[in-house]
Design a protein around this ligand. Sequence first.
Ligand code: ATP
Ligand code: MG
Ligand code: MG
Ligand code: MG
Length: 476
Amino acid sequence: MRTADIRTRFLDFFAERGHTVVPSAPLPTPDPTLLFVNAGMVPFKPYLTGEVAPPWQRAASVQKCVRTLDIEEVGRTTRHGSFFQMNGNFSFGDYFKEEAIAYAWDLSTRPVADGGYALDPAKIWVTVHHSDDEARGLWRRVAELPDERIVTRGDEDNFWHMGVPGPCGPSSELYYDRGPRFGREGGPEADEDRYMEFWNLVFMQYERGEGSGKTGFPVLGELPRRNIDTGMGLERMAALLQGVDNLYEIDETRPVLDRAADLAGVRYGADPAADVHLRVVADHVRTALMLLADGTAPGNEGRGYVLRRILRRAVRSMRQLGHEDPALTDLLAVARTCMAPSYPEVAEAYDRIADQAAGEEDAFRATLKQGTTVLDTAVTKVKAGGGRQLPGAQAFLLHDTYGFPIDLTLEMAAEQGVEVDREGFTALMREQRERARADARARKSGGAVDTSALRSVLDEHGPTDWRAWDTLTTDS
Ligand code: ATP
Ligand code: MG
Ligand code: MG
Ligand code: MG
């Protein structure tokens, strides 16, 4: 079943059951706690908190999501994309636990001819919160699930809240057993790549008070109006229904992977390390396409920096595959063909998207050309001396003279089995900042102007803002 079909079936199923179909919000979100929408419920937050009266009692959507925290997982696990689509059904004070469970079960297992996904019911496992006997009872009754496939979990995994006072409640997740080829037996507790989570149901029934951390807050009582928020991973369902091993091999991403392999002259499946690079390219090119289409431009901070880093990682992965010529526009065109049927905006904005990506690729190629030999020589020297750590001064030189952001140095050194003395690097950065301040003071008081120091301050806050990445991970 094609991804576009899985998507339509989801919306049709819930529309037939009284849900209003709401289009995806753009990826960049005005939500002050996030850079990008990272879950289907984000655009509905004001309705879920009760801040704004919901215009409908039931809604369904397929929401574009970007999760920066999952970027490092891409290509290494079988189930994490940096961009993905979350199919969700929502109840705002309308139906609750029983219907939410029944809908998820029905759509997942219903025959294809009747509009369902026809997953094998014998391979579905679920988790419930330890306090939620009601959910356990419903899974037994509604789905006739045996107790062995209903796993109890604690607050860490199965209690949802927004980190601030407001609605909260237990959750329940659906997992699919993909068989021994994917990992150990024993349910989701044993192996989350073999038992792949595909749907997450949140039952908002309580109100939480002030407090901190995952669990350090009181539950004040029942909400007057209970809500349902669910999220089904569209790509994960596609991987299950298309019988492929991972998210990067489904119909919406595989053509990009194949094109990357063609360009690089490698065969997917021949070498595990190269396969990771191919999957990273397939994922990142699509993410970049979707971000560029929604108006994010590469830059030095915030959203722009996430996009820049994704584009750069795609370029570097191609180089690691042995392809050194520009590749982004070629790959983006393939991703466009995959995504345009569901997202016409990627075709409409394609010329601009291709221009922006090509500009970014050119600039990055120039940076790499300047710095790579310097880095490689320094790494070779460290290794020859029996060391394992690149001196902070080297990282500083790469940053200051060659425009290598520290995260690039960290990544490229790690690939060669070498760490970086981050503290040393940070200390040099600080010294440089202080020098620049002193110079600025001297200039104010009529002293000589050292423009090189000012220039380096600009460099630090400008093209190579290495701290941006560390401070971005506010999402889940
Ligand atoms: P996991 O535990 O596998 O990382 P999650 O619990 O973090 O998933 P949720 O926050 O519950 O995921 O999101 C709801 C659904 O969205 C998940 O059940 C899954 O199907 C899908 N999903 C979550 N993260 C990703 C991702 N990075 N790529 C693709 N699909 C995802
Ligand atoms: Mg996760
Ligand atoms: Mg999970
Ligand atoms: Mg989950």
